[in-house]
Design a protein around this ligand. Structure first.
Ligand code: ADP
Length: 359
């Protein structure tokens, strides 16, 4: 064991996700197993700045694996982005003798993790976000539970749609990423799916609903990702519902599932992935690694450099800033391009599949 790591801190930050507790449990128990003390930082980076910490033992993380939310609570902390806030966070780490941190959250959380690492507190990121919107990893903790919650809600809506020959437009979470919408549209048998990544053909959607109605289909579901807006900047789903009703004569309802799908007991997939990622984070710290995010790539749990992961994300989302690629080798940039290509291909294939089997 490296002498440097006598005590590590864990925090959860940004939007919460089911399975974060399983990750906290795994980090805590793996660290204790390796002879390292653990403290929980309450309320994300705000808790770090405010010196709000609790010691964690194996018993303090008992019986949390089944719980949604996060026992360490979460927060969004603007102060942490300032030099003053960052200095304060470093002081708190020093005062509490926290030698390293495992930060569970999304891309914002990882930006913070990088800042901590550069200032001398080695930090490792674990992806916890229901949106599955971190391009470098195939999977992020919470995604499966959130999708299953969507499926449960939409199945209920389908029952009543079928009885009354209605269409239900359902808006699901995913601000900058249509992964939840895409997967659940397939699993719920939606007739159409609108996501920000692919231009939505509303005309084709309405024509399809008219054709299906003529063919005797009664209940119909359309899934819309919350990241899709109409020309006035309003959420797209509500307007779409109105236009479907007007142009097809099919009575149509709108449902925004919103935070309903953020809670609940994590699925096997989330508990298992969170446990593996949490344990891996401790293992890597002990090997002297930091500034990496734990990713799932083609079924394996592997570390990827945070800076690489954040820029690969921007490359995929077409949000690159000037100079972003400068510090990477040609080989690394090509690797990022491959990751982005892979994601785009997967999105296009699933989008096409929805249309192919919606009849
Ligand atoms: P998520 O981690 O889910 O993407 P946010 O984007 O809200 O959620 O980020 C969570 C927190 O991470 C923020 O409230 C802030 O404290 C910290 N953070 C975000 N961006 C940065 C940044 N550029 N530099 C330092 N800290 C950041």
């Amino acid at each position: 064991m490296s002498k440097k790591f006598r005590k590590i801190g864990i925090l959860t930050s940004g939007g919460d996700a089911q399975g974060m507790n399983a990750a906290i449990r795994a980090v805590t128990r793996k660290a204790i197993d390796c002879g390292i003390e653990v403290v929980g930082i309450i309320g994300g980076y705000s808790g770090l700045i405010k010196d709000n910490t609790i010691p964690l033992t194996s018993r303090s993380v008992s019986n949390i694996i089944t719980h949604g939310g996060t026992m360490l609570y979460s927060d969004r902390c603007l102060e942490f982005k300032t030099e003053e806030g960052m200095q304060r966070a470093i002081e708190v780490c020093k005062k509490n003798e926290i030698d390293a941190i495992v930060a569970i959250g999304g891309d914002g959380t990882f930006r913070g993790a990088t800042d901590l690492t550069w200032r001398g507190i080695p930090t490792i990121g674990v992806p916890g976000t229901i949106d599955n919107d971190i391009t470098a990893t195939d999977y992020s903790i919470g995604f499966d539970t959130a999708m299953n919650a969507v499926v449960d809600c939409v199945d209920r809506l389908r029952d009543t749609c079928e009885s009354h020959a209605r269409c239900n437009v359902v808006e699901v979470m995913g601000r900058h990423c249509g992964e939840i919408a895409l997967e659940t549209a397939i699993a719920c048998g939606a007739v159409a799916c609108a996501i920000a990544e692919v231009p939505f053909d509303e005309e084709a959607c309405i024509n399809k609903i008219n054709e299906l109605k003529a063919d005797g289909k009664r209940g119909m579901i359309v899934i819309v990702s919350e990241g899709v807006f109409d020309a006035d900047g309003k959420p797209y789903g509500e307007g779409l519902r109105k236009r479907i009703e007007e142009r097809t004569g099919v009575e149509s309802k709108f449902a925004r599932l919103a935070h309903l799908v953020r809670g609940g007991s994590p699925t096997l997939r989330d508990r298992s992935t969170a446990s593996k990622m949490g344990a891996k984070a401790v293992e890597l710290l002990l090997e002297g690694k930091s500034n990496v995010v734990i990713c799932e790539v083609d079924g394996s749990i592997v570390p990827i450099d945070i800076s690489f992961a954040l820029i690969a994300d921007r490359l995929y989302k077409n949000t690159l800033k000037e100079g972003d690629l400068d510090k990477f080798t040609e080989e690394q940039v090509n690797e990022m391009k491959l990751i982005a290509e892979k994601r785009r291909k997967e999105v296009a294939e699933r989008y096409d599949l929805i249309n192919q089997i919606a009849n």
